[in-house]
Ligand binder design. Structure first.
Ligand code: 13P
Length: 316
C-alpha cells in the first residue's frame, strides 16, 4: 500500500526513524520489500534522478507497482530523492509519487525558499508532500559533488524561517553527515547539539538525515579482500539513529550501504566461482543478503515491528 511520508511521520515522530532506501533495479526492489516485511517495518522507497534514467522511469514505476501487488502487506511511500524543480513537477503530475524532494540547497537562502515554495504549491494541490533541504552536506551524491570546504551545517534559526515561509512538510538538515562511502576522515560525527536546537525551534516537525549509511567495516574488508579498493571508507554509527529520532529525525536516507552489499556479493561470487556466468546466481544471493541488510537496519532505526501500528493509523 502506497501512503504519503506524512502518514509515516505521524506514526514515527519522536519514537523511531523510517528507513528511506534508494532502488534502481529488480533485485534491489525484491530485497527491499522482503526485508521490510521480514522485520515488519514501514518504509520509504526512494527514486533518484539517476535511477529514473538508469532504465526508464516507466520501467521503474512498473516494477514498484508489481512489487506492491506481490507484497500486499507492505506499507510504503514512493519518494523522489534530490529532485530539481522540473523533475519534481514531472513526478507530481505522474500521480504515482506520494512525496517529492526539492533540493535547491545549492542556491542562496531566498532563492531556495522561492523554488521550494513553488514546488510545495504544485505538490499540495495534488495531495503530494514535499521534503526540502537547507544547509550543505559534503560528499558525492550521483550528479552532485560538494567539497568538504563548502559543506555547511543547517542554521537552526534559518530552518524555522525556511519552514514557515515555504510550507514544506519535512526538512533535510545538514548535521554532520555526507553522502557516499567516505564520510569521516577523523573523529567527526553527528552534531546532536544542532539537531536539538532545530527541534527546539520546530517542535513536532519531521527532520530528515541524508548521508546516513554506516559503511560497515566488515563489508568494506570483504570487498577489498575480493579485489575492491575502498580503503578508508567510513560511515555513520548506526547506534546513534535512535537518539537522533528522539530529537525529531524521522527519515533516515540510506543508499551507499545497499551498494556495498551488492558489490560484496558480486565480487566474492565471481572470485570464488570464476566459471560462473549465470547472472541469476549472484542475483539470488544479493536479494537474500539485501533483505537481511534492510531488516537489520530497521532494527537500528526502531522501525522494525511498527508495521501493524502504522496500518491501523493509515486505515482509520
Ligand atoms: P548515503 O550515501 O550515506 O547512503 O546517503 C544516501 C542519501 O542520503 C540519499 O539521499
Amino acid at each position: 500500500m502506497i501512503v504519503t511520508t506524512k502518514k509515516l511521520f505521524e506514526a514515527a515522530y519522536g519514537k523511531y526513524a523510517v528507513g528511506a532506501y534508494n532502488i534502481n533495479n529488480l533485485e534491489q526492489t525484491m530485497g527491499l520489500f522482503q526485508g521490510n516485511l521480514d522485520s515488519q517495518a514501514p518504509f520509504i522507497l526512494q527514486i533518484s534522478k539517476g535511477s529514473r534514467d538508469y532504465t526508464d522511469k516507466t520501467m521503474l514505476e512498473g516494477l514498484i507497482r508489481s512489487a506492491d501487488e506481490y507484497f500486499p502487506e507492505s506499507i510504503f511511500a514512493v519518494h523522489l530523492d534530490h529532485g530539481d524543480e522540473e523533475t519534481c513537477y514531472d513526478c507530481i503530475d505522474s500521480g504515482f509519487y506520494s512525496s517529492v524532494m526539492i533540493d535547491a540547497s545549492m542556491h542562496e537562502f531566498d532563492e531556495n525558499i522561492a523554488i521550494t515554495k513553488r514546488v510545495v504549491e504544485a505538490a499540495h494541490a495534488k495531495g503530494v508532500v514535499v521534503e526540502a533541504e537547507l544547509g550543505k552536506l559534503g560528499g558525492v551524491e550521483e550528479h552532485i559533488t560538494v567539497d568538504e570546504a563548502d559543506a555547511k551545517l543547517t542554521d537552526p534559526d534559518e530552518a524555522k524561517e525556511f519552514v514557515d515561509r515555504t510550507g514544506c512538510d519535512s526538512l533535510a538538515v545538514a548535521i554532520g553527515t555526507s553522502h557516499g562511502a567516505f564520510k569521516f576522515t577523523g573523529t567527526q560525527g553527528l552534531h546532536f547539539n544542532v539537531i536539538a536546537e532545530i527541534q527546539k525551534r520546530l517542535p513536532g516537525f519531521p527532520l530528515v538525515m541524508h548521508g546516513s549509511s554506516s559503511v560497515p567495516q566488515g563489508e568494506v574488508e570483504r570487498i577489498n579482500a575480493a579485489g575492491g579498493d575502498l580503503k578508508g571508507a567510513k560511515g555513520v554509527d548506526a547506534s546513534q539513529f535512535k537518539r537522533s529520532a528522539t530529537l525529531g529525525v524521522t527519515k533516515v536516507n540510506i543508499d551507499t550501504d545497499g551498494r556495498l552489499v551488492w558489490t560484496r556479493v558480486h565480487r566474492e561470487l565471481f572470485l570464488e566461482q570464476p566459471e560462473v556466468f549465470d547472472l541469476r546466481k549472484p542475483g539470488k544471493i544479493f536479494m537474500a543478503e539485501y533483505a537481511k541488510f534492510i531488516a537489520e537496519k530497521n532494527g537500528y532505526l526502531g522501525s522494525a515491528g511498527q508495521l501493524e501500528n502504522v496500518r491501523q493509523l493509515v486505515t482509520e
